[in-house]
Design a protein. Structure first.
Length: 228
């Protein structure tokens, strides 16, 4: 397991983002570093769930892989298309729920930075930038769906790369993936300062037992799962 230096990640600068679209953050860069270690190239089928600006999808496309990227947000899909055109890289972009839009397809690699911030409401937002991070009271509303869908999304020996906060319980993610028949391990960790969303929810997070009064750093993890 590595504690990746975020400055060493391979994301290229200069991506545009329409209003409300999640811009690359430390979690994106940590996941990009893990993605860079995978054996990608022509003949590799890649899926990104929740593409945002398309940053990770474009890193995979740069290797010659065939990349499909999906997002529930129309502004995100349009943003990723703009960035793909600017970089002259091919992306297959889909709007909608990842499970519905990829039904019946399998991939060699699935990469995802899903919504994972615990939120007071158990109803996921249907509009606005918070769609990129709010994920129910335990932060696992989308994570658990991806874990359960992973076996059907991956070819044999295919790989899932997922980043999320320790606030969501990495061990729960590992257990759920293993119960689904995949091998799974934490491969990367990084500590980052709390951002404005967590700071705005400090009192609620403390009341839920998800944070202590002195907490001002968040630990991120990358989980790598492989279809056996």
């Amino acid at each position: 397991m590595s504690s990746t230096a975020l400055t060493s990640a391979t994301l290229r600068p200069g991506l545009v983002a329409l209003p409300g679209v999640y811009r690359p953050q430390p979690d994106t860069r940590l996941l990009a570093a893990a993605l860079a270690r995978e054996d990608l190239g022509p003949g590799t089928d890649v899926l990104e769930i929740g593409t945002g600006t398309g940053a990770l999808a474009l890193e995979a496309a740069r290797t010659g892989a065939a990349v499909t990227a999906v997002d529930v947000s129309w502004p995100a899909v349009v943003t990723a298309r703009i960035n793909a055109l600017r970089r002259r890289l091919p992306l297959r972009l889909l709007h909608g729920d990842f499970a519905a839009r990829t039904a019946g397809r399998r991939f060699d690699l699935v990469v995802t930075n899903p919504p994972y911030v615990p939120a007071p409401s158990d109803r996921l937002p249907t509009r606005g930038p918070q769609r990129a991070w709010d994920a129910g009271p335990d932060g696992r509303s989308v994570i658990d769906r991806i874990c359960d869908a992973a076996p059907a999304l991956l070819h044999r020996h295919g790989v899932l790369l997922m980043v999320h906060s320790v606030l969501c319980g990495p061990q729960q993610t590992l257990d759920r993936l293993r119960e689904a028949g995949l091998s799974a391990d934490v491969t990367d960790r990084a500590r980052v300062p709390w951002g404005p969303v967590l700071r705005s929810r400090r009192t609620w997070l403390e009341q839920q037992g998800l944070a202590a009064e002195s907490d001002d750093w968040e630990e991120l993890v990358v989980i790598r799962a492989r279809h056996l």
